[in-house]
Design a protein around this ligand. Structure first.
Ligand SMILES: [Zn+2]
Length: 236
């Protein structure tokens, strides 16, 4: 079993999931970084999977599709940004060879955003970030995102590791601590991510249950307060 998270551009993450010969790239918008991860792991992905359609996640797909002969899979509701070979609409379990991935529809950041659950990990795209959530400025809807945070995320196993589409922890935590100065979990997390940056290593993934402590969007207490909090974060 192989699980790789690789940074590209400033703060984007792409992922490589493999079980034996069966491999899938998730949001590989930088083909060079994706192909380096593929070579290092010694696999040849037959699938490219998208958490959502935004170009900083899906922009590498056309080239990788051609280069690897891979099938592009994503939610049809994000077809404004990319054209999947296979539409995830209505899919709750995705079987790709030996890989079995649970798909949780999570509209809000975009209409077709999904969470991908595999082997104790949750790939959250731009829906849930470490210590924050995605904005809704590019085709999103804050009230839909609020509903996703109120209904979809709390139903998941709190022990799942959170693997987002961007590393925004260091940007999000000062906002959290500005609102919640006594939040020791958030203060500890900020120290940890700053120490990781100083050491030149990636931050440790949080678990979903730990995110609840540091992430006010996971305990907004209703759709109205969530939307208001999202607005505050937009203007912060
Ligand atoms: Zn996005």
């Amino acid at each position: 079993m192989t699980f790789v998270r690789r940074r590209f551009a400033r703060d984007n993450y792409l992922y490589l999931l493999a079980e034996g010969e069966d491999a899938v790239l998730v949001d590989p918008a930088d083909p060079a970084v994706a192909l380096d991860a593929v070579r290092t792991a010694g696999v040849r992905p037959r699938w490219i999977l998208h958490t959502h359609g935004h170009v900083d996640h899906s922009g590498g797909s056309a080239r990788l599709r051609q280069e690897l002969g891979a099938q592009v899979i994503g939610h049809g509701d994000d077809a404004a940004w990319f054209a999947p070979d296979r539409d995830l609409s209505g899919t709750t379990v995705l079987d790709l060879g030996r890989l079995r991935i649970r798909v949780h529809p999570a509209p809000g950041h975009t209409p077709g955003s999904v969470l991908l659950e595999w082997q104790g990990r949750l790939l959250t795209g731009d829906t849930l970030f470490w210590s924050g959530c995605g904005n809704c400025r590019h085709g999103g809807d804050p009230s839909l995102l609020a509903t996703t945070f109120r209904t979809v995320l709390p139903a998941l196993d709190p022990r799942l590791e959170v693997h987002p589409g961007h590393d925004y922890a260091e940007a999000n935590l000062p906002f959290v601590l500005d609102r919640e100065p006594a939040n020791q979990a958030a203060a500890g997390r900020l120290s940890a991510v700053r120490a990781a940056r100083a050491a030149g290593v990636e931050p440790e993934a949080t678990e979903l249950g730990e995110e609840v402590l540091v992430n006010p969007f996971l305990r907004a207490g209703g759709d109205g307060p969530f939307v208001a909090l999202r607005g505050l974060r937009d203007d912060w």
